[in-house]
Design a protein around this ligand. Structure first.
Ligand SMILES: N[C@@H](CCC(=O)N[C@@H](CS)C(=O)NCC(=O)O)C(=O)O
Length: 209
């Protein structure tokens, strides 16, 4: 069975939700960023990392999600099979990897984005990250207007990808999701899913909200 290396609250929540939606046996192993255990499976010391039984390792959240969706087509999580449906799935996966996730980094780790160690400089980096996240969330909110899920093909890996980042925004944006009612609705729809609640309960029991 596959093993998912994860950190509670991190973007690894997305493949964890996907594995739960697929409903086949898997193991979730909690790891610390940069630990020897994690570096042994991912040279970046980051999560998520997926390991198959034969030792094959896959990193990068977008690639893991895409792999899982296509490994289990019966779960219908790829968002459709047509040429354009696949392109849309790639488009939104890239949006979460490159535009949204990357916009959070200055908030999570401002020290990586300035060599100025003063509090005011770090605070300015954090605020710039918040503005960047807000801009990307406005794009997502407009896209979600009149939709239940991000892709036309119904609930998909892309909604799972969105979920941890929406949770970060509720904690890290000064006005939470107030300006993004459609994103809030997507969050509530996913959060109400019993499979998602199981994963969150396990992450909480492992040591994080
Ligand atoms: N591009 C990678 C980024 C993975 C990543 O940065 N994960 C974060 C958690 S959300 C992490 O492990 N950070 C630890 C670190 O950067 O030291 C992906 O999309 O999987």
């Amino acid at each position: 069975m596959p093993t998912l290396y994860y950190a509670p609250g991190a973007c690894s929540l997305a493949p964890n939700i996907t594995l739960e939606w697929i409903g086949r046996p898997y193991e979730a192993v909690k790891v610390q960023y940069g630990s020897d255990a994690l570096l042994a499976v991912n040279p970046a010391g980051a999560v998520p990392t997926l390991r198959e039984d034969d030792g094959w390792l896959l990193t990068q959240a977008g690639a893991i999600l895409d792999y899982l969706a296509h490994k289990h087509p019966e779960a219908m999580l790829a968002g459709g099979n047509g040429l354009r449906a696949k392109a849309e799935a790639h488009r939104w996966s890239a949006f979460f990897t490159s535009d949204i996730h990357a916009a959070f980094w200055p908030i999570f780790m401002p020290s990586r984005y300035t060599t100025d160690a003063r509090d005011a400089a770090r605070k300015a980096v954090t605020e710039a990250g918040q503005q960047l996240v807000a801009r990307q969330f406005a794009i997502l909110d407009r896209h979600l207007d009149g939709r239940d899920y991000i892709l036309d093909g119904g609930r998909s890996i892309i909604d799972a990808y969105a979920f941890p980042m929406i949770r970060w925004a509720t904690k890290l944006l000064p006005h939470q999701l107030n300006a993004y009612p459609n994103v809030q609705a997507l969050h509530d729809r996913i959060a109400a899913d019993p499979a998602v609640q199981r994963v969150l309960a396990r992450e909480q029991a492992a040591g994080h909200a």
